[in-house]
Write a protein that binds this ligand. Structure first.
Ligand code: GLP
Length: 253
């Protein structure tokens, strides 16, 4: 197995360590293509990067970004869209060129066309240098939900009930959670040069164990990362509890 696990005591330390890895990437290659994620996990990572950018320690002026996913049917004007999230929580506070930030267009009703457009765009960027990932409680990465197959390119997904419920905490009511999303596929994620997966809290402990120490199966989409050649998992002690309990982390925790 070719992944490394970096242990953090708590959420804040997890964010600092993940942000350090991202800023190292940008310092080493100022023209990096960063694959970015949403959800609650990366919020502190973005806050830390904003802080360093303001201090002049990291420069995003030549960076390009491509987000993993977007809800289908809503656009940047909707405060629940991932386009809105990225602008509010990251892009508006760093010196990235807005023209270099890319997110699937949730407002394009033509799913086939939008998925093709996004795949072509990713190709034109020359691939992703570092892909940041969170992980869903059911093992989804981006919005690649548990399935019988690993989907390759960008595609339109029906969100599972588990994901709709988990994400309903951001919406006024569960009925407002979109039922579909556009997401990069597993192949796109696997083609990134490096993957950085961040996880915190006990709700992620079991799925982190299954993803990295269980069988590689599309029923647990993140398990495919066992086949990637450069994966770094940065997680807090709560999220690593099951891995530790099974005896895989005795040295570091
Ligand atoms: C969402 C996103 C994923 C994210 C996951 C976990 O469904 N599409 O990219 O990793 O939720 O979210 P959180 O970080 O809030 O636990």
């Amino acid at each position: 197995m070719s992944f490394r696990i970096i242990v953090a005591t708590d959420y804040q330390e997890m964010c600092r360590k993940a942000a350090n890895i991202i800023s190292a990437q940008v310092i080493l290659n100022p023209e990096s293509v960063l694959g970015l994620a949403t959800g609650s996990t990366p919020l502190g990572i973005y806050r830390q990067l904003i802080d360093w950018c303001k201090k002049g320690d990291v420069d995003f002026s030549q960076v390009k970004t491509a987000n993993l996913d977007e809800y289908r049917g809503i656009g940047p004007e909707n405060d629940q869209s991932y386009a809105y999230y990225m602008f509010e929580n990251f892009f508006k506070s760093i010196n990235v060129n807005p023209g270099n930030t890319h997110i699937p267009d949730g407002k394009n009703p033509n799913a086939q066309e939008e998925c093709r457009r996004y795949d072509e765009l990713l190709r034109s960027l020359g691939g992703i240098d570092l892909q940041l990932l969170g992980i869903g409680q059911n093992g989804h990465i981006g919005f690649n939900e548990p399935s019988d197959i690993f989907e390759k390119g960008t595609h339109c997904v029906d969100l599972t009930q588990n994901t709709i419920e988990a994400n309903s905490r951001f919406f006024a009511s569960i009925d407002e959670v979109p039922k579909q999303a556009y997401t990069m596929g597993i192949q796109t994620i696997m083609m990134a040069d490096k993957v950085l997966l961040a996880a915190n809290g006990k709700a992620k402990a079991e799925i982190l164990y299954q993803s990295f120490y269980g069988p590689v199966t599309p029923k647990v989409p993140a398990s495919i990362l066992q086949m990637h050649r450069d994966v770094t998992v940065v997680a807090d002690e709560e999220a690593l509890a099951v891995i530790k309990q099974k005896g895989y982390l005795s040295r570091s925790l």
